[in-house]
Design a binder for this molecule. Structure first.
Ligand SMILES: [Zn+2]
Length: 322
């Protein structure tokens, strides 16, 4: 099937009590790892491209890689989404360039400015058959061009969501309930430690989520910054020459809980980076004489595929929903 928007995906996910994974893509191995997992598990999937990914790989290369994935996986719905568009021009460029979904993130602007810019993108996008994700509230952490210091994040204010959605006409809304961008989602001082000395983050604010759901019945909610930062990958990185102390993510059981509610899209990026980096470091350490990129990118791609398959079955619940 051709590239789809997220409209039908989200309606089915909302009613079915699961979420669709939105995975960031930057190169061929990542596109292949994600879509092979989704294809085998018959899961819908969103491939998302950040401003940084476009700068790295080039718009055309990424679109063509995704088109190849569609040909190789004809039975599953795939959407191509712009992650964190920060200007009308960037969103327009992706809409004109074949994306089926864009995010306009004006969440750092005052409420009325966020509405005005989001509205402008929605009008252009809807005229071209493309859907729009917007954001209210700000997440802590660092992801490509988006950077918010810990302590400067703000939870979404549920009393604002109805007015925001009705005035902008956006198709889905990213909210801030305590998830965070990057592999260092929380400072150690925000956390407790378990018996093994691993940091345990503060729980997500399900009260905020429930309040938003009550005010926006039937409306798809999006969670950014939702990598779980698997400790097996962090250990692998550290064991083979890396140094990532206290890297920490969102516990998968909390994401699973959110996926059963109105959360229809869960963003995962850092876990892909960690799976690749951990496995490439391990490969280099075990095969110091190898120099063919195919040799170390193959296990990296397989690690992405295994990790995505795990998310689809155990976190998102989207297997068999294509
Ligand atoms: Zn994000």
């Amino acid at each position: 099937m051709p590239l789809v928007t997220t409209k039908e995906m989200f309606a089915k996910a909302y009613n079915g009590g699961y979420a669709v994974g939105a995975f960031n893509v930057n190169n061929m191995e990542i596109v292949q790892g994600i879509t092979e997992a989704a294809g085998e598990l018959k899961s819908p999937v969103i491939l998302q491209v950040s401003k940084g990914a476009r700068a790295y790989a080039n718009h055309t290369y990424l679109v063509k890689l995704v088109e190849a994935a569609i040909i190789e996986n004809p039975e599953i719905p795939i959407a191509l989404h712009l992650d964190h568009g920060d200007t009308f021009e960037l969103c327009k460029s992706c809409i004109d360039g074949g994306f089926t979904s864009v995010m306009i993130d004006a969440s750092s602007k005052p409420f009325d400015e966020n509405i005005a810019l989001t509205r402008k993108v929605v009008e252009y996008a809807h005229d071209h058959g493309v859907v729009v994700e917007a954001e209210l509230g700000t997440l802590a952490g660092v992801e490509d061009e988006v950077s918010v210091e810990h302590g400067h994040e703000s939870y979404t204010r549920p009393e604002e969501v109805e007015e925001f959605v009705s005035r902008t006409g956006c198709d889905s809304l990213a909210i801030a309930i305590g998830t965070s961008h990057g592999a260092y989602k929380f400072k150690a001082s925000q956390c407790t430690r378990n018996a093994d000395g691993v940091l345990v983050p503060p729980p997500l604010r399900f009260d905020v989520l429930h309040e938003c759901i009550k005010r926006l019945p039937g409306f798809p909610i999006v969670l950014h910054g939702s990598s779980s930062v698997p400790q097996e990958f962090v250990k692998m990185v550290n064991q083979y020459g890396g140094n990532m102390p206290d890297a920490i993510g969102i516990p998968e059981d909390q994401l699973r809980e959110a996926a059963k509610l109105a959360v229809c899209k869960i963003n995962i990026d850092s876990d892909i980076r960690l799976a690749m980096t951990g496995n490439i470091r391990k490969y280099f350490a075990e095969h110091p004489d190898h120099f063919d990129p195919r040799q170390y990118l193959k296990p990296a791609r397989q690690a992405v595929k295994d990790m995505v398959a795990h998310k689809i079955v155990h976190v998102l619940g989207s297997d068999g929903k294509a």
